[in-house]
Design a protein around this ligand. Structure first.
Ligand code: AMP
Length: 438
């Protein structure tokens, strides 16, 4: 039975804020997580983006901070002094985008409560971050790299942290942040509440969880590796060198207005966005090598329907809060089958029908098989008229491809799959309607 927020034990102020947001019922992760976090217990939660997990940890966290402040104020009233703000909650996230979004949620859900939060990530000047820290904050949302910079410069005091949240922990491990996370853990007070959120549970996550969490309550809301029932998934077999033409064609012929396209590499994302612009499709790339300003602009343009095609790498797209996206295109299949599930989880949200398309060349057959194995079903193949694959082309190994995850994230080495401008598509391609009504 869906529960309303009033049954979960949150303060009047928080209930009012939730009502202001227009939330009527708590989502499953919120129903399960909020009472447990309010009790002060550790949590191990399996939940993907889009489940409402951010409110699931932020609301009870704010409630606990409120209660703590009330207690302190009672104590201080008798002693007649006011304590300086100290960081009491630390939320670690894998990417800058997610950091910005979680901070936005903290500000939304904490509006008018008088707590200060701030976001800390790299790629921007550290100086304003230092001065804000000096002014005093209650809640910090951070990516691990820049957090360590602050720790090593002594600009951040984490000795009063009593609540730690690891959000999208699986992604943080994928990005190679495990050592950074352990360094942060080493300076936190041992007595604290720990909340670990992860979409998937690898052995590595379980290992981290067993070190970090103290008798956690386990919550699972989205079964692992399941794809949303409301997403139609279609594979278009096509030659590698014709993918870009097919993509332009599908977008134009079907008049798609807001398309998220995934490439495997940052370089590939840049190149494709440039090429689509030449096809008169307003496109922008978003990935870890872009400045924060460029990423924010691209995302804002996309949300405002000014940018029609957003080309992203898996890492950059992770955690982007774009709701009810109608079309997701896998321009290249991901190297890791689970990433396919994350990618197409961007579409078909909130009861809307989503549309996930994969352009698959002969080199990617093995990747496609891996994905189908993970999904437990075959995906429908639709050959688009005049884009039939050339059967005589032999598969080539995918560079940067097989054999597990490649190092990724802001510190990853640049990865050039193909020389810049390697192929030029013929401008006079004959165009016909695709054989699908997609
Ligand atoms: P998240 O999984 O935390 O990224 O949240 C996904 C989206 O769901 C966000 O845009 C939230 O504003 C929205 N949301 C969170 N909780 C609720 C709720 N109880 N009812 C409706 N929308 C919600």
């Amino acid at each position: 039975m869906p529960k309303s927020f009033t049954e979960l034990g949150l303060s009047e102020e928080l209930l009012r804020i939730v009502a202001d947001q227009g939330y009527e019922k708590a989502t499953p992760i919120q129903q399960q997580a909020i009472p447990v976090v309010l009790e002060g217990k550790d949590v191990l939660a399996g939940a993907q983006t889009g489940t409402g997990k951010t409110a699931g940890f932020t609301l009870p966290l704010l409630h606990r901070l409120q209660r703590e402040r009330e207690q302190q104020e009672r104590g201080q009233a008798s002693q007649g002094k006011r304590a300086k703000r100290k960081i009491r909650a630390l939320i670690l996230v894998p990417t800058r985008e997610l950091a910005a979004q979680v901070d936005e949620s903290v500000q939304t859900y904490g509006k008018g409560l008088g707590f200060r939060s701030m976001v800390i990530f790299g790629g921007v000047s550290i100086v304003p971050q230092i001065s804000r820290l000096r002014q005093g904050v209650d809640i910090v949302v951070a990516t691990p790299g820049r957090l360590l910079d602050h720790m090593s410069q002594g600009t951040m005091d984490l000795r009063q942290v009593h609540t730690l949240v690891l959000d999208e922990a699986d992604r943080m491990l994928d990005m190679g942040f495990i050592r950074d996370i352990r360094k942060v853990l080493a300076v936190l007070p041992p007595k604290r509440q720990n909340l670990l959120f992860s979409a998937t549970f690898s052995d590595e996550i379980r290992h981290l969880a067993s070190d970090l969490l103290n008798r956690p309550v386990e919550i699972q809301v989205a079964r692992r590796n399941t794809t949303a029932a409301k997403v139609s998934q279609i594979v278009h077999p096509v030659d590698k060198k014709r993918k870009r033409d097919l993509l332009s064609y599908l977008i134009s012929a079907n008049n798609w207005r807001q398309v998220l396209v995934f490439t495997r590499t940052k370089h590939g994302a840049n190149r494709l966005a440039e090429q689509l612009c030449k096809d008169d499709l307003n496109a922008a790339a978003i990935h870890g090598n872009k400045s924060q300003g460029a990423r924010t602009r691209a995302l804002a343009g996309f949300k405002a329907n000014k940018v029609r095609v957003l080309v992203a790498t898996d890492i950059a797209a992770r955690g982007l809060d774009i709701e009810q996206l109608p079309h997701v295109v896998n321009y290249e299949l991901p190297n890791v089958a689970e990433d396919y599930v994350h990618r197409i989880g961007r579409t078909g949200r909130a009861g809307q029908m989503g549309h996930a398309i994969s352009l698959v060349c002969v080199d990617e057959k093995k990747l496609l098989r891996d994905i189908e194995k993970l999904l437990g079903k075959d995906l429908e193949r639709v050959v688009v008229d005049s884009f039939e694959p050339d059967e005589s082309i032999r598969p080539e190994p995918i560079q940067n491809g097989r054999g597990g995850r490649s190092p990724r994230g802001p510190k990853s080495p640049r990865n050039n799959r193909a020389p810049r401008g390697a192929k030029k598509a013929s401008p006079s391609r004959r165009r016909r309607r695709p054989s699908t009504s997609s």
